[in-house]
Design a protein around this ligand. Structure first.
Ligand code: ATP
Length: 373
């Protein structure tokens, strides 16, 4: 396929490919998408992540043209496409269910769209062969979908979308039907494909690890609204709301009130009576006052059987529960005030603590966040 090879991420021009302006979609009185603003750059791998029913698929379908917005504008490459039919948009969608024609061969499945468009035979042949090569399925061209594995079917579905040379690829839970190992393998292939083609990918997923590992940027949705848009590390390290902190990765959330502030240091008393110091980094000025939720990730918390020398946050407790998870051990530590904190320990001999062991949990003020409640 003679698609352009991706420029490096740094050298990509920052041209907007897809833009949503205050887009809402209401189904029978129920708001599925609520005043969403999004700006997606040309060549980005952008993911929409959120729990079931939050409006991810509807947002993607609005870009695809399978739904029309109730209010707001959808723009593709600067053009308002709100009422343009799906087949006229320069986007193609890959579905979790593959949506392949079972009575057609792999080759004919991929050629289908081009034949409908009336592309000359020689050109169709060249494009289909290029697409097959791109997804490494040349030797499967004559098989029927029923004779393929899940991963192979998904490759055909990708080729069928790519053969149209869309400006934007829309991926709706593309790897959702695959088992874990194959899913990981296909994630690498998807990422390679994106790099190779340099076109915009917009993917809907509820798998946070998939979104973190593949995306340039992620939008986290809840109840039809965008909670936060940012790079994977921004979203993980600097969640803006307790919902994002809790949804992306694991975290411990403690509700409290700021009772003292000195520059970037906040002293917070939790509802359960702990005193916790939180040091804000770059955005110290934006530190919330009043009611807050402290977020501390389980991997940022240390455990020690002896009192550690630390000026940070340190509390006594005991190991209430532990779960062996291969690469790490998941411990629940109950503090003296009754709070329970989840702590991840790496799987090393010195870290093996039995249940009921008395321990101290401690972490640095820079290793936790205070979020507006
Ligand atoms: P999931 O991860 O489960 O696929 P999602 O985040 O993709 O969920 P959507 O499919 O966008 O969520 O649905 C958002 C809301 O809109 C849900 O409450 C859903 O029931 C509703 N909805 C979606 N499509 C329709 C429709 N065609 N008619 C009525 N309600 C709809």
């Amino acid at each position: 396929m003679t698609q352009t090879v991706s420029p490096t991420r740094a050298s990509r021009a920052t041209t907007l490919d897809v833009e949503l302006k205050q887009v809402s979609k209401v189904f029978e009185g129920e708001t599925a998408v609520d005043r969403v603003d999004l700006q997606i750059q040309q060549g980005e791998f952008f993911s929409i992540l959120g729990p079931s029913g939050c409006g991810k698929t509807t947002t993607l379908r609005l870009v695809a043209g399978f739904e029309q917005p109730t209010t707001g504008q959808v723009l593709i490459q600067g053009r308002d496409v709100g009422f343009m039919p799906a087949y006229r948009r320069s986007v193609n969608t890959v579905f979790q269910s593959y949506a392949l024609f079972s009575h057609l061969s792999v080759w004919d499945n991929i050629a289908f769209g081009l034949r409908i468009k009336g592309l000359p035979r020689a050109q169709t042949q060249e494009r289909v062969n290029d697409a097959l090569k791109l997804v490494k399925m040349e030797s499967f061209a004559h098989r029927r979908p029923a004779q393929l594995s899940g991963g192979q079917k998904q490759r055909v579905a990708l080729a069928r979308a790519l053969v149209n040379r869309p400006a934007v690829m829309l991926l709706d839970e593309p790897l959702g039907a695959l088992d874990l190992k194959l899913r990981k393998q296909m994630q690498v292939e998807l990422s390679n494909l994106h790099q190779q083609l340099g076109i915009t990918f917009i993917m809907v997923t509820h798998d946070q690890e998939e979104a973190l590992s593949l995306s340039d940027r992620i939008a986290v949705m809840q109840d039809g609204r965008i909670e936060q848009v940012g790079s994977p590390s921004d979203i993980y390290e600097y969640p803006r709301t307790p919902f994002v902190a809790d949804f992306i990765g694991d975290t411990n959330l403690l509700r409290g009130r700021v009772d003292y502030r000195d520059g970037s240091i906040l002293r917070i008393t939790t509802e359960s009576g702990l005193t916790v110091l939180v040091k804000r980094g770059v955005e110290a000025e934006a530190a919330p006052l009043g009611d807050v939720v402290i977020s501390v990730r389980p991997e940022k918390i240390h455990l020690s059987q002896t009192a550690p020398e630390t000026s940070g946050n340190c509390y006594a407790g005991f190991v209430q529960h532990k779960m062996y998870l291969g690469t790490h051990v998941h411990c629940v530590v109950q503090l003296e005030n009754g709070d329970c904190l989840t702590v991840f320990q790496s799987n090393r001999a010195e870290h093996q603590l039995e249940a009921e062991t008395a321990v101290y949990v401690y972490w640095q003020p820079t290793d936790c966040l205070a979020l507006a409640a």
